[in-house]
Design a protein around this ligand. Structure first.
Ligand code: EIS
Length: 204
């Protein structure tokens, strides 16, 4: 599945930064189709939330590709302009994209670690949800999530959806390999938000 994508998450640059456009293209090309494999329209709202983050960040980038060539530059410009807390800031869009990516990384990691309950992948989703999204959700969104996770496919269907003819072991290898660079990109963004103290705690 991931090998067939046109865009891939890139190694972190030597200066520790992430090039904006390759990152956004990789997110669009790897993460959005992932929801189609989940096989339910229940995921449509979360998929479109993530697509919205990517679109917002892409539009911002296009305003000045040179100035916003890395994610760090984009956020730094907003810190300087004191616009990080503005509605519609790139910093805000990237916070939510980061959390969604953390959720997906955790979900896949949990699957590989065997957190599933037999065929049910729901525990993999719930565990990652608790760690990565729940702290930022009020009770209403938490309840919606709990409902959405009931639509998580079972393990066999999920693996088959990713397999496109390959054997399970090959799919698991593909997932494992995908998590490496995906995880490195997430780590750098998480670290950036921590070090700049940008990880706003408000709930939606
Ligand atoms: C952010 O969303 C936006 O992403 C961001 C900006 O607008 C910001 C402003 O505060 O909000 O609220 C979103 C949050 N995103 C915050 C939650 C979305 C979850 C979907 C909620 C579904 C609503 C359905 C409504 C139904 C109502 C029915 C009523 C009936 C009467 C098990 C698999 C699950 C997959 C999960 C994958 C990760 C999910 C990521 C969620 C991210 C999130 O929590 S901006 O947008 O700046 O780009 O414009």
């Amino acid at each position: 599945f991931f090998k067939k994508r046109e865009h891939h998450f890139q190694p972190i640059r030597a200066d520790g930064k992430i090039d904006t456009m390759p990152f956004l293209l990789a997110a669009e090309d790897n993460i959005l189709p992932f929801f189609d494999v989940m096989g339910s329209t229940a995921f449509y709202p979360v998929k479109s939330d993530i697509a919205g983050n990517i679109t917002k960040l892409t539009k911002k980038y296009e305003l000045d590709p040179e100035k916003y060539s890395t994610l760090q530059d984009m956020v730094d410009c907003e810190i300087e302009a004191k616009t990080i807390t503005d509605k519609g800031s790139a910093t805000d869009a990237l916070i939510w994209l980061k959390r969604a990516l953390q959720f997906i990384h955790g979900f896949v990691q949990n699957l590989l670690d065997g957190v599933n309950d037999g065929e049910s992948l729901r525990p993999c989703a719930m565990k990652s949800y608790d760690a990565n999204l729940k702290p930022y959700h009020g009770w209403m969104v938490q309840n919606i999530f709990s409902l959405i996770t009931r639509a998580v496919p079972n393990r066999k269907d999920f693996i088959e959806g990713l397999a496109q003819g390959e054997k399970e072991e090959a799919v698991l290898d593909d997932l494992r390999e995908f998590l490496v660079l995906f995880g490195k990109n997430i780590d750098v963004i998480v670290e950036m938000y921590k070090s700049k103290d940008l990880d706003m705690q408000f709930k939606v």
